[in-house]
Design a protein around this ligand. Structure first.
Ligand code: NDP
Length: 239
């Protein structure tokens, strides 16, 4: 059955692959994008693209109104939008820290809270949050990012407890290193160093993250909530 699915940050990278996976499923997919224009491939797939900066509560509200008007209440939410501002602690400004937390953690709070309204009414819902392997592993130079991504785990697990009785599941996907714009900033040397630590010996393709997300939103995952699913080629094993 076709569901109303929202993927934040769905114009590129992992979010784009997730949006395409749901569209291939026959779902009614909406994405949010912050800048630029959404790619033609999404328009061709019938995906609704809504401009929305998740650090702005008013823009989040407007985006939901437009999506609800066109697709009905969101039944599956994938909170994927995120940023990095890497810096060693000594040089990390307060803005470097708070802007990353405001996007990755508080931004996720904003979109989840708004989606919850319709899910409570429908007495069902699926929420998948995109965290990162470094949320549990830690990463030098990424204290802001890792803190925001670890925060998503506590957030999801609290909501899994709070809203399980309402038939709403909250799960986290923790990708390892994925080939997207976000990891393009790494030098060839850094890239080689990372790959050397990954048991599968390579980066992930965005579609490999999307497959786990699609599973968590499917009927096959009806009894899974509060889980953190690593899709990291084995990099984070042991957590
Ligand atoms: P990209 O940098 O390729 O894409 C990030 C997406 O988030 C873009 O669509 C961007 O929109 C959107 N976004 C950023 N800030 C905001 C905001 N304030 N409001 C709305 N949208 C925003 O990243 P990836 O695809 O690589 O990453 C997607 C998610 O996966 C992120 O949460 C990231 O932390 C996580 N992740 C990525 C890994 C990787 O190796 N790539 C590994 C582990 C986790 P716009 O295009 O307009 O800027």
């Amino acid at each position: 059955m076709s569901r109303s699915v929202l993927v934040t940050g769905g114009n590129r990278g992992i979010g784009l692959a997730i949006a395409r996976a749901f569209a291939d499923n026959g779902d009614q997919v909406a994405i949010t994008y912050r800048s630029g224009e959404p790619p033609q491939i999404l328009t061709d797939a019938g995906v609704l693209a809504v401009r929305c900066d998740i650090t702005d509560a008013e823009q989040v509200e407007q985006a939901y109104k437009e999506i609800e008007e066109k697709h009905g209440p969101v039944e599956v939410l994938v909170a994927n939008a995120g940023i990095t501002k890497d810096q060693l602690l000594m040089r990390m400004s307060e803005d470097d820290f708070t802007s990353v937390v405001d996007t990755n953690l508080t931004g996720t709070f904003r979109v989840v809270k708004r989606a919850n309204r319709g899910m409570l009414r429908a007495k069902k819902g699926r929420v998948v949050l995109i965290s990162s392997v470094v949320g549990l592993l830690g990463s030098a130079g990424q204290a802001n990012y890792a803190a925001s991504k670890a925060g998503l785990v506590g957030f999801a697990r609290s909501l899994a407890r709070e809203l399980g009785s309402r038939n709403i599941t909250f799960n986290v996907v923790a990708p390892g290193f994925v080939d997207t714009d976000m990891t393009q900033v790494l030098t060839e040397e850094q890239r080689k160093g990372i790959v050397a630590q990954v048991p599968l010996g390579r980066y992930a393709r965005p579609e490999e993250i999307a497959a786990a997300v699609r599973f968590l939103a499917s009927d096959d995952a009806s009894y899974i909530t509060g889980a953190v699913i690593p899709v990291d080629g084995g990099l984070g094993m042991g957590h």
